[in-house]
Design a protein around this ligand. Structure first.
Ligand SMILES: C[S@@+](CC[C@H](N)C(=O)[O-])C[C@H]1O[C@@H](n2cnc3c(N)ncnc32)[C@H](O)[C@@H]1O
Length: 269
């Protein structure tokens, strides 16, 4: 069978921009980083050497770049912590990564997008050098001026985008408060953007300042019966269950408590 041709040429990310990518993803010792289309292996190697990640993997289709990456990792004594895999990045498993770095092309990012959203766990970070993900807006973007100090401007512009993979929080939930009070919770989600309402007998109030970052959901409500005027909810989504804490904002300890929610329908009503 003919070997698959590369989808994009090799153009290395400057080392300084590599470090900015890793800082933007806030990589640390608990992370497992995958660089998809890893070129000479510099991002995977930097993630271990300069940022101390637990493990890094580079996926590269060009045999000569793969050989060079493996040789550099061997010389740096990193065997076991950096691993270079010779395969098509569109076939590689992604579930093991907590951070994915990319320097591909817009259409390749878009082709990867459903797998990044579907296979990475909520809270995983994706950083792309220069290219976006269509209508999945980044959580943060840095431009050349954020990356280089005055007087060290590079010859070409660089942009970095960060996305945090959002939990699947959409649908209708049954929310139970600290004293057994029950509400409906309706959440409409598009990528990491959420809005919705708290439902009760005979009424509904919109969620205010609703935010989803990874599996962390927070929102405030005003004017729901049985809740103080400025109730604020923070919780974590774990499959079809949410558990969180609640602060009525009045500063008194009785105004705090735990809440849980259970998803009763994947679609909002
Ligand atoms: C623009 S370079 C980026 C290299 C590296 N990530 C960096 O930032 O320095 C893209 C790399 O992806 C590799 N590549 C292209 N298509 C690929 C595919 N389908 N599977 C794996 N690697 C691929 C190319 O050989 C090239 O090394």
């Amino acid at each position: 069978m003919a070997r698959k041709r590369p989808d994009v040429v090799w153009l290395p990310t400057p080392e300084k921009v590599v470090d900015s990518m890793l800082r933007l993803a806030e990589v640390g010792t608990e992370d497992v980083l995958y660089d998809l289309g890893s070129g000479d292996g510099r991002t995977a190697i930097a993630a271990v050497v300069r940022f101390g990640v637990r493990e890094a993997r580079g996926v590269e289709i060009r045999p000569q770049l793969l050989r060079r990456s493996r040789e550099d990792a061997r010389r740096a004594g990193l065997e076991g912590r950096v691993n270079f895999v010779g395969e098509d990045l569109f076939r590689t498993e992604l579930a093991g990564a907590t951070v994915v770095t990319l320097y591909l092309l817009p259409r390749l990012n878009l082709k990867l997008r459903p797998r990044l959203l579907g296979e990475l766990r909520p809270g995983a970070r994706v950083v792309s050098h220069n290219f976006g993900m269509g209508d999945w807006e980044p959580d943060r973007t840095l431009g050349t001026r954020d990356l280089f100090g005055a007087g060290e401007a590079p010859r070409v512009e660089h942009r970095l985008h960060l996305w945090v993979v959002p939990a699947d929080a959409g649908g209708t939930w049954r929310l139970t408060g600290p004293n057994g009070e029950e509400f409906g919770l309706e959440i409409v989600r598009r990528f990491q953007k959420v809005h919705g309402a708290l439902l009760f007998d005979g009424g509904r109030v919109p969620l205010r300042k609703a935010k989803l970052r990874g599996d962390a959901l927070s929102f405030a409500v005003r004017g729901a019966p049985g809740l103080r005027p400025k109730a604020r909810f923070e919780g974590r989504v774990d499959g079809d269950v949410m558990v969180g804490s609640f602060d009525a904002g009045s500063g008194v300890p009785e105004a705090r408590g735990e809440w849980t929610a259970e998803r009763i329908a994947r679609k909002e009503r």
